[in-house]
Design a protein around this ligand. Structure first.
Ligand code: FAD
Length: 536
């Protein structure tokens, strides 16, 4: 009772602060908490660059809880915002809000367990479910989703609001191309089921929609028989055009005679190759970049990363299949690194790196990440200007680079990609360190991101940001280009008061003026004193 009173008192203060029109009892009925732990964790994200405290947090146990809250916000005479938060792995405060309530979608007790429909080859999952738990539930039936992200401790609703990409996307498309149906709570508080056939406008708008049109409470995800094992191979290139030619060749293959996963990364820093995801490069046998011909190439190497899935019953043919595929490639002959592991260990590989970084206090540091989709016709210019130019020889984290086929992306979804048949993801996954080295500081890396974007702009590359971050609506209009009119129309239809996912900074809630919105982001100082180099 005392706790309840305390909570009521705290909520009363909130009501005074923001002028919510709800009675304290109504807020309690909605299940809101102002528990300091919940509020603190909802006010930061993986980026650790902005801190914005919500007024309260909802931990829903069902879609009905979410709908009640959003309806209350929609009908409130003063108005308050509602932001779904998956696992808070955004970089720039996209799941934060300072003018309303955060709905903590992932976590114990939310939404129910994944329900696998083996005969129909799909699974129904709660929007806040983490992909690692979706995987575990499906594996119990010998099944697995087809398209992944590199890291599985992300929520289904969070990745479907962006796209969800990894090395399988060239073949299966992004995760948003592998969804049959969604339940969504719109900005009016209505719970709607949508698919390509039923309420298709909402379905397409929500996929890649940055949380703007509704909160995903259930997703029906397509499955395939789960492979048992994975042969995981890395080969090196010193020649960028040979590297991209091979990557593009590999993503053009269909049928069984292809790899199942195609990614790659850029190595501009010798420390990185011997540390990052170190399952390949033994500390006792370090790889010397100089011995691999990178000296003739501005010190830069490129690593192609490929896998072939297999079942133990087909184990005897896997070597020949891989050899036949590798024969067609032009990598440095002495640079083949191979490992073999269970499928689940491959999919969950980044978590290993996370545990290592956490143990060194290097996970919770600022992450000024930059993710770009670069058209194929401009990727060589990008190499010259950025990898061999702007970066120098220091990176502060991995740089991923891999191509995808545009025809695997549904143009009706809200995501924007370059206007070419093939485009590359280039991901600068930086960690800022407070170790006295200027090139690893947050300021330096943020500046470098700006320089990269400026270079792309001046070169007329027509890159598109993935996991985009902009501060003004005119930048968003430019980002969406010809999709902007539809995006805006869908917003008017499904979230007319602009109360959802205001942390994306696309639309100002109708109860606020735009100048109010901009003061919500208060930068926090970097607390951590990480001193070693990053090996994530
Ligand atoms: P949050 O950060 O909590 O939310 C992101 C946005 O989605 C917010 O606007 C939020 O309001 C909205 N949202 C959240 N849940 C819902 C919902 N249920 N319904 C509607 N809107 C919702 N991305 C890739 O594509 N491929 C990768 O390989 C990849 N690897 C990553 C590795 C790491 C270590 C990290 C930190 C991120 C990675 N990402 C990757 C990026 C990731 O997909 C996005 O940051 C994603 O938004 C994170 O999901 P989340 O559940 O933490 O979402």
């Amino acid at each position: 009772m005392a706790t309840k009173l305390l909570l009521t008192f705290a909520i009363c203060r909130l009501i005074v602060t923001v002028g919510l029109t709800l009675e304290p009892t109504e807020l309690l009925r909605l299940g809101l908490t102002v528990d300091p732990f919940d509020v603190e964790s909802a006010s930061v994200d993986f980026g650790l660059m902005t801190k914005v405290e919500p007024l309260a947090v909802l931990r829903p146990s069902s879609a009905k809880d979410v709908a009640q809250l959003v309806k209350a916000a929609y009908e409130s005479s003063h108005g308050f915002t509602v932001s779904a938060r998956g696992h808070g792995h955004s970089i720039n405060g996209q799941a934060q809000t300072g003018t309303g309530v955060v709905v903590q979608m992932s976590g114990v007790g939310s939404g129910g367990k994944p329900r696998v429909w083996g005969g129909d080859m799909y699974v129904d999952v709660w929007g806040g479910e983490l992909w690692i738990d979706v995987l575990k539930s499906c594996l119990a039936y010998g099944l697995a989703p087809k398209s992944w992200t590199d890291y599985l401790y992300l929520s289904v609703g969070g990745t479907l609001s962006n796209a969800g990409i990894s090395g399988q996307a060239f073949h299966h498309g992004p995760q948003i191309s592998n969804v049959h149906e969604l339940d969504v709570v719109t900005g009016k508080g209505e719970l709607m089921t949508c698919s390509k056939e039923q309420n298709p406008e909402l379905f397409h708008a929500v996929l890649g929609g940055l949380g703007q049109f509704g909160i995903i409470t259930r997703a029906r995800i397509s499955l395939e028989p789960a492979p048992q094992r994975v042969r995981w191979i890395r080969v090196l290139y010193s020649n960028f055009s040979a590297f991209t030619k091979d990557q593009e060749y590999l993503i053009s293959l269909h049928g069984n005679q292809k790899f199942d996963y195609v990614e790659g990364f850029v190595i501009v820093d010798e420390g990185l190759i011997n540390n990052w995801r170190s399952s390949f490069f033994s500390p006792r046998n370090p790889v010397k970049i100089s011995s691999l011909g990178s000296n003739n190439n501005g010190g830069v190497l490129y690593c192609l990363e490929i896998t072939k899935n297999y079942h133990e019953s087909t184990a005897e043919t896997i070597d020949q299949e891989i050899e036949a595929l590798l024969k067609k490639l032009n990598f440095i002959p002495t640079s083949v690194f191979t490992t073999d592991l269970p499928y689940v260990d491959f999919l969950d590989r980044v978590h290993k790196a996370e545990l290592k970084l956490r143990s060194k206090g290097m996970w919770e540091v600022p992450h000024p990440w930059l993710n770009l989709f670069v058209p194929k016709s401009k990727i060589a210019d990008f190499d010259r200007g950025v990898f061999k130019g702007i970066l120098g020889n220091k990176t502060s984290g991995p740089i991923l680079i891999y191509p995808m086929n545009k025809n695997k992306w549904d143009d009706k979804s809200s995501v924007v990609t370059p206007d070419e048949d093939v485009f590359y993801l280039v991901a600068f996954l930086r960690s800022a360190l407070d170790n006295g080295e200027e090139t690893q500081s947050l300021e330096y890396l943020t500046n470098q991101n700006r320089q990269i974007l400026k270079f792309c702009d001046e070169d007329g590359m027509k890159v598109k940001q993935y996991l985009p971050h902009y501060k003004t609506q005119s930048e968003w209009k430019e980002h969406y280009g010809s999709k902007w009119d539809r995006f805006q129309r869908m917003k008017m239809k499904f979230d007319p008061r602009h109360i959802l996912a205001s942390g994306q900074n696309i639309f100002t809630p109708t109860f606020l003026s735009s100048s109010n919105m901009m003061v919500m982001d208060i930068p926090i100082p970097i607390k951590q004193k990480a001193r070693e180099s990053i090996d994530f």
